[in-house]
Structure formats: structure tokens, C-alpha cells
Design a protein around this ligand. Structure first.
Ligand code: SAM
Length: 332
């Protein structure tokens, strides 16, 4: 094991630095693809160390760009690293890395939003959900333009145990501007829809803060590195889409009492009565603000809403935006 680590580190050493690669291939940051690069290998090493032990792991890196995090992952004695990069300007530099990494780096020139990671690694890595964590990790300095939809898709994948979670409880570590929102606790200013959606199926830890000046070009805000471990049992035992609906509506009016947003789950004609019933069944104080609701409160609200939808399926089909649109069409 020690020999293979020395070998992989040794093979990466003679490569040009990331700065030299940027010059050599005339790489330029493209705003539309949210490109902010991490060039300091001490920092990328730290991010990778914080992801946990990667020895013999199968890693999936989203958006490797010029390859800073990629090098640190390869130096962590992984079995295989698969990277998916959309922008063709990075492929020759990554190819250079791959040549130096004795077959450990697989490069896919494609889009993370459509790439099927569940088919990419050996079947033998798959674990039962309740078993130990599989040796499969997702790592990345996520592109801002796709990060929120990507995180929501992954969280939905956790609940269906598919996508990257077809291997079991795959861990994820990524850099994100919204790290504080993902990890915000009950009552905090940063508490949002993302906090609940992330914290009900996973343990979420904010493990590192990265100052804006560490990126080239420098983004507007500092960002953080967040580590996700899916739970064997989610804290809310209802379907993802139902939870998403309740949480989204609750945060509709984040400064108002929670009954205002939750009321939007129900048609206007029965709003008052149905919202009252929901809050009574869930035993939640209607005058709490959305940010003051704990995951446990949301569990009760989702269970109560499920009960009401089972009694009357019209509730689940209702969309307040549709009702507003129809009304304004009638008036118009
Ligand atoms: N990992 C590199 C680093 O830390 O220096 C680059 C990070 S940069 C924030 C995001 C990277 O994701 C860019 O290389 C960008 O081209 C890539 N990217 C953006 N959208 C993508 C997509 N839909 N699929 C794959 N890669 C994407």
C-alpha cells in the first residue's frame, strides 16, 4: 500500500503546475460555466483530506477544470477517479494528468446533469443501504450555475437510492457558496428550503471555509466545503416530492408566520380551514416563522399533510400558481 502511494505521488510530481497548465493551454475562465479555479495545491489537498480516507476509493469529480482538486485526489491513493467536464478547453490538460496517473484517471467530456454515474463503477462496490458506507465518493468544486439543481437531484437520488446512491450511502464533499444555508440550524438567519432538504436525509457538516481570494477569478462571496453522509433512515419518512412541496410552501413567505406559506398548499376556498387542520394535526404553533421550524416540525407537518392527501387527493394536485393564473385569466 505504502509503495503504491509513493508511486502515484511520484508519477504526478514531474507535471507542470496548475498555473503552468493554464498558461500552456491558454485556459480562460468562462463566466457562463461558473469557472472559478483553485490553484493552491495545499488548499486542494486540505479539501481532499477533509473528505475522509480515499485509499482505494472510487471517486467521481464534478467539473475538474484545470485539475487542482483532481491532482490532490490522485495523490490520495484512490483506486480510480472519474471526472466529468463540460468545457473542451480543459481536456488536453486533464489528458496530461491522466498519462501521469498510471490509468487511474478516467475523463468524460460531458455534462454532469445527464451523466449516469450509476453505470460507471464496478457492480462489486454496491452495498446494502444499511451496511457500511461504500468506498465511493463524490467530490467537486461545483459550478455555481448548476449547483443547486444538482444538489436537489442528488438529494432526490438519496431518497430513491439511485444515481450515485445505487452504490449505497455514497459520501459527498463539495465546495459551495451556499454552504451556510445547507448546514444552517433551526432559528438561524441562513435557514432555508435547502437546509431542510439537505438535513432530513443526510448528516451535513460544514468542514472548511474557503476565502474568496483563494479562487481565480475571485467570486463575490466566501464559500465553504460541505460533507454529506446519507442516513440509514431519513428523518422524514415521506416521499421526496411531498417533503419538497411542504418545505417549499413553508418558505414561500420567510419573514411571515409559517401558516401563511403553508396555507398555499390548499385551495383558496378551503385555505383557512385546511391550514388550521394541518397545523393542529402536526401540533405546530402557527406563529412560528419558517426559519424557526426544526426538521422534527417538518416531519410532523409532512406526516399530517400526507394524512390529509390520503383523505382527499385533490390537495396534492393543487397548485396555487395555477389558481392565481386562472383567476387573472377570468378577470382579463
Ligand atoms: N475543479 C476546478 C477547480 O476547483 O479549480 C474547477 C471548478 S469551476 C468552479 C467548475 C467547473 O465545472 C468548470 O471546469 C466548468 O467548466 C465545469 N462545469 C460547469 N458546468 C458543468 C456541467 N454541466 N457539467 C460538467 N462540468 C461543468
Amino acid at each position: 500500500m505504502a509503495a503504491s502511494r509513493t508511486l502515484s505521488t511520484f508519477r504526478l510530481l514531474p507535471l507542470p503546475t496548475i498555473r503552468e497548465i493554464i498558461k500552456l493551454f491558454r485556459l480562460q475562465a468562462v463566466k457562463q460555466l461558473s469557472q472559478n479555479f483553485l490553484l493552491d495545491l495545499r488548499l486542494t489537498d486540505k479539501i481532499v483530506r477533509k473528505a475522509g480516507s480515499l485509499t482505494n476509493a472510487y471517486d467521481y469529480e464534478v467539473g475538474p477544470g484545470p485539475g487542482g482538486i483532481t491532482r490532490s485526489i490522485l495523490n490520495a491513493s484512490v483506486a480510480e477517479l472519474l471526472v466529468v467536464e463540460k468545457d473542451s478547453q480543459f481536456i488536453p490538460g486533464l489528458q496530461m494528468l491522466s498519462d501521469a496517473a498510471s490509468g487511474k484517471l478516467r475523463i468524460v467530456h460531458g455534462d454532469v446533469l445527464t451523466f449516469k454515474i450509476e453505470r460507471a463503477f464496478p457492480e462489486s462496490l454496491k452495498r446494502q443501504w444499511e451496511d457500511d458506507l461504500p468506498n465511493v465518493h463524490i467530490i467537486g468544486n461545483l459550478p455555481f450555475s448548476v449547483s443547486t439543481p444538482l444538489i436537489i437531484t442528488w438529494l432526490e437520488n438519496v431518497s430513491h437510492r439511485n444515481g450515485p446512491f445505487a452504490y449505497g450511502r455514497t459520501q459527498m464533499t463539495f465546495q459551495k457558496e451556499v454552504a451556510e444555508r445547507l448546514t444552517a440550524s433551526t432559528g438561524s438567519k441562513q435557514r432555508s428550503r435547502l437546509s431542510i432538504m439537505a438535513q432530513y436525509p443526510c448528516d451535513v457538516q460544514h468542514i472548511l471555509t474557503i476565502p474568496g481570494q483563494a479562487f481565480i477569478p475571485k467570486p463575490e462571496v466566501d464559500s465553504g466545503v460541505v460533507h454529506f453522509t446519507p442516513l440509514t433512515r431519513p428523518r422524514i419518512g415521506q416521499p421526496f416530492r411531498l417533503v419538497e412541496r411542504v418545505v417549499q410552501n413553508a418558505f414561500q413567505f420567510r419573514r411571515k408566520y409559517c401558516h401563511r406559506g403553508l396555507g398555499m398548499l390548499f385551495s383558496e376556498a378551503r385555505r383557512l380551514e385546511s391550514t388550521g387542520k394541518l397545523l393542529r394535526l402536526a401540533d405546530v404553533d402557527p406563529t412560528l416563522r419558517p426559519t424557526q421550524l426544526s426538521v422534527l416540525h417538518f416531519k410532523s407537518l409532512c406526516d399530517a399533510y400526507r394524512k390529509m392527501c390520503d383523505e382527499d387527493p385533490h390537495h396534492f394536485a393543487y397548485n396555487f400558481r395555477e389558481e392565481l393564473k386562472q383567476k387573472s385569466e377570468k378577470r382579463g
